[in-house]
Write a protein of this length. Structure first.
Length: 271
């Protein structure tokens, strides 16, 4: 199986790519070939190359029939800046692939899912740099290659379609042409480096949306690296989620095993 890696947002280091390639060879041998698009290593201000570079690389892999999957290299910021170029450039060949990423990549994953593509929220090549990150990358590879059920977030039972997003990205998608229909979905959200008051504001926004109120239920993943505020907010992230689910009438379903960490599990979009 041939997997192409592109960087829709921030730049990937060559040494990181080398570690991922070595791990893939060790875990899956000749069953998988990881190809890092040269664009992954470009640098243009905040981004892995300019918007045109990143969009072109995405389309190179997506429209190439030799690749079975497109794997986003890392998050950061920049995926939303190329959505308007990538989406109309996708050919029918692009529908035969799986697309995986999380964090900022949610801009593209949500839009792809909206258009009937196979997408999943799951670990990135960059995650190999985390403590315990080899397990995360292995989990992603085993899902991409074998659809390994052990890689999945444990609450997924097939009874409902699922979706997972970084909370900030989901909030920014609402009201855009790229927002998928999540009616009857089990929705999971996670975030990183957000103050509790910001998490509260984001939860207010998404749970106030009529379309989100049609989901089957909400689970929250980990909200890592929450900064200290100048005064205590007074609620934990779970208490915030319970509050806004209560206000909006959305069933609160508990925790989800996803987050910006090495324990992040795979959540396919859909059933």
């Amino acid at each position: 199986m041939k997997i192409g890696v592109v960087a829709p947002a921030a730049r990937l280091e060559q040494a990181t790519a080398d570690r991922v390639s070595a791990l893939a060879a060790n875990v899956l041998g000749s069953r998988v070939e990881i190809v890092f698009h040269p664009q992954c290593f470009l640098s243009h201000g905040h981004f892995a190359g300019g918007d045109a570079d990143r969009a072109a690389a995405f389309l190179d892999i997506a429209n190439d029939t030799s690749f079975a999957a497109l794997w986003c290299a890392r998050g950061g910021y920049g995926s939303g800046r190329i959505a308007h170029t990538v989406l109309p450039g996708l050919s029918e060949h692009a529908r035969a692939k799986s697309y995986m990423g999380y964090s900022d990549n949610g801009f593209l994953l949500g839009a792809l899912y909206q258009r009937g593509f196979t997408a999943a929220h799951g670990p990135l090549p960059q995650d190999i740099r985390r403590n315990g990150g080899e397990a995360a990358v292995t989990r992603a590879l085993k899902w991409l290659v074998d659809r390994d059920r052990a890689s999945l977030e444990p609450s997924i039972d097939g009874a409902h379609p699922t979706a997972a997003f970084n909370l900030t990205i989901l909030s920014k998608l609402i009201g855009t042409p790229y927002m998928p229909d999540l009616a009857s979905h089990m929705l999971m959200v996670e975030d990183v480096s957000e103050h509790l008051y910001s998490i509260d504001r984001l939860m207010f926004h998404i749970t106030s949306n009529d379309a989100i109120r049609r989901i089957a239920g909400l689970r929250i993943g980990r909200f890592n690296d929450i900064p200290e505020n100048d005064r205590p907010f007074g609620q934990t992230e779970e208490e915030i989620a319970r509050h806004w689910c209560g206000v909006s009438g959305i069933p609160y379903l508990g925790r989800a095993d996803i987050g910006h960490d090495a324990d992040n599990k795979v959540v396919p979009f859909g059933r």
